[in-house]
Write a protein that binds this ligand. Structure first.
Ligand SMILES: NC(=O)c1ccc[n+]([C@@H]2O[C@H](COP(=O)([O-])OP(=O)(O)OC[C@H]3O[C@@H](n4cnc5c(N)ncnc54)[C@H](OP(=O)(O)O)[C@@H]3O)[C@@H](O)[C@H]2O)c1
Length: 267
């Protein structure tokens, strides 16, 4: 399969890319820095000499870079069987994206929303395809649409949890949008894993990268991942997401706002 994975230059994404290469899949790996992205490609090839990998660069805090990367990909004329929206940040301090949105929301949710919809015509052209959103069990229990941009103040943990709730809301709404297509859409929590997000945000260590990649690899390659859609997974099993994720009004409103923010006209 052809698999596109964002944030493949470190942590869970890098490990996921390695394990998918070991299984013989063709990889399109994304990073925000060209050198780190080509270093990752070389690192995977050093372990899997037969790996077929192409690299893509975009700083996800810029929607124009996301668009440029999607256009570059579409121009290549390759297909995508699996899109893994994995990249993420924990921002200790309030900062804004190139487009003026709070960075955690912009990178973790909006950029992936935009990338997915830009690549969707291509993904839809496959007889079956999978979209996998790496969320977290740390999902906010409510969503305040008047505070998506930290208008009412900034708390790094709330911003992160809000962005992760958005990953699940997007998953559930996209599932409905794609109900006529044979595309599965699922979200997951990778577990508490030793990566720089965990270290910088929580100052603790966690599980191995192998265990962090397990649910992404499972959803990308298993029979279940190609059949089950509209679910949230932990440890390769369907779990309850935050109650706020199941509220239709939240799903619809986030979809509409995200379309407006990314100025995406789907007609
Ligand atoms: N670790 C955990 O315990 C845990 C728990 C729950 C959910 N998650 C989720 O797992 C996913 C992977 O995180 P991780 O823990 O593996 O963190 P990580 O090691 O920091 O990796 C994050 C990846 O995202 C990329 N990235 C960050 N900012 C970016 C930007 N502006 N533009 C493009 N790429 C950017 C990073 O690029 P660089 O290599 O250049 O920094 C890196 O490749 C995230 O969605 C995270 O929320 C992690």
């Amino acid at each position: 399969m052809n698999i596109f994975i964002t944030g493949a230059t470190d942590g869970i994404g890098k490990q996921t890319a390695l394990e998918l290469a070991q299984k013989g899949h063709v990889l399109f790996i994304h990073g925000k820095n060209s050198k780190r992205t080509s270093d990752t490609k070389n690192w995977i090839i050093s372990k899997v000499p037969s790996a077929i990998i192409e690299t893509f660069k975009a700083d996800l805090s810029s929607l124009s870079e996301v668009k440029q990367m999607a256009d570059e990909f579409l121009f290549l004329g390759k297909s995508i069987d699996v899109l893994i929206n994995n990249a993420g940040v924990f921002e200790k301090h309030l900062a804004y994206s190139a487009d003026g949105f709070e960075r955690t929301f912009a990178i973790n949710h909006l950029a992936h929303f935009y990338l997915t919809l830009l690549l969707l015509p291509l993904i839809k052209s496959q007889p079956s395809a999978r979209i996998i959103n790496v969320a977290s069990s740390a999902q906010a229990s409510t969503i305040d649409f008047e505070n998506l941009n930290a208008e009412k103040g900034y708390n790094a943990y709330y911003a992160y949890e809000l962005s992760k709730l958005c990953n699940v809301l997007f998953t559930f709404k996209l599932t409905k949008e794609l109900s006529e297509n044979s595309i599965t859409v699922n979200a997951l929590d990778p577990g508490v894993i030793s990566t720089k997000i965990l270290h910088s945000g929580w100052g603790i260590g966690g599980g191995s990268l192998h265990s962090g990649a397990a649910t992404s690899v499972f959803l990308a390659t298993s029979l279940e991942g190609g059949q089950s859609t509209g679910h949230y997974y932990e440890n390769k099993q369907q779990y309850q997401a935050s109650r706020a994720a199941y509220i239709k009004e939240n799903q619809e409103k986030l979809w509409k706002i995200s379309l407006e923010m990314s100025s995406l006209n789907l007609t």
